[in-house]
Design a protein around this ligand. Structure first.
Ligand code: G3P
Length: 229
């Protein structure tokens, strides 16, 4: 049975790091184990070592630079996140855009190191061109809906439908949809429209009981996957 991909971007909220960051990760891990559904946590770079040790979930960075090893002050390189315990990274998030050549260079390095990668795009026309560069997945997010509480599934379902068409031209690369995902219904719709899963931040990071939100997402995603198969 195929499971939905659930990617939670911790971003830089006040509970994204330190003890609070570990606590939220552990709560999500518990639910993930209960439903045998892997949940990816994309966390601040400083949290990669501790979370890789404390939870069994795949830990991603939120960004990497594509410079070679050497004199590059302030850089976060693929080799560093691997050594810190990360399984992969986001690239080109709307809040951390990089150039196309940097995405390509970073992907070559990540693939060589055996690290996973999720390249973010803001429009469906970029799905195929970015997928050709062989990331693990593409995450499509209309920037105006990020953090809005209005989901891509409800406000712009055609973005998902078009992205699904585009990703089918590059077999082996997954398609995740995000921006404003707030409840199980949003996850259900995205997966029913053909997405392999969802990316989310605020609905989980700002929740009183994040594990309940994640549980709703997982259950709805599984239901939609079952109905699709
Ligand atoms: O990376 C996912 C993120 O950009 C979505 O944010 O707050 O709309 O779920 P949010």
């Amino acid at each position: 049975m195929k499971k939905p991909i659930i990617l939670i971007n911790f971003k830089a909220y006040e509970n994204s790091f330190g003890k609070k960051g570990v606590d939220i990760a552990k709560r999500i891990e518990k639910i993930s184990i209960e439903y045998s559904t892997e949940v990816i946590l994309s966390v601040p770079a400083t949290m990669i070592p501790i979370l890789s040790q404390e939870v069994s979930l795949p830990i991603y960075a939120q960004h990497v630079d594509s410079y070679p090893l050497g004199a590059h002050t302030g850089s976060l390189l693929p080799e560093m996140i691997k050594e810190a315990g990360a399984k992969g990274t986001l690239l080109n998030h709307s809040e951390k855009r990089i150039r196309a050549d940097e995405i390509h260079d970073a992907l070559l390095r990540l693939n060589k190191l055996g690290l996973e990668s999720v390249v973010c795009v803001d429009r469906y026309e970029l799905v195929e061109p970015m997928a050709i560069l062989r990331p693990t997945a593409i995450l499509i997010e209309p920037p105006e809906l990020i953090g809005s509480g209005i989901s891509v599934s409800k406000a712009k379902p055609e973005v998902i439908t078009n992205a699904v068409k585009e990703i089918s031209k590059v077999p082996g690369v997954f398609l995740i949809a995000g921006a404003g995902i707030s409840n199980g219904e949003d996850v259900y719709t995205a997966v029913k429209l053909g997405a392999d899963g969802i990316g989310v931040a605020s609905a989980v990071m700002k929740a009183k009981e994040p594990e309940k939100v994640v549980e709703d997402f997982i259950k709805s995603g599984i239901k939609a996957m079952d109905e699709r198969n």
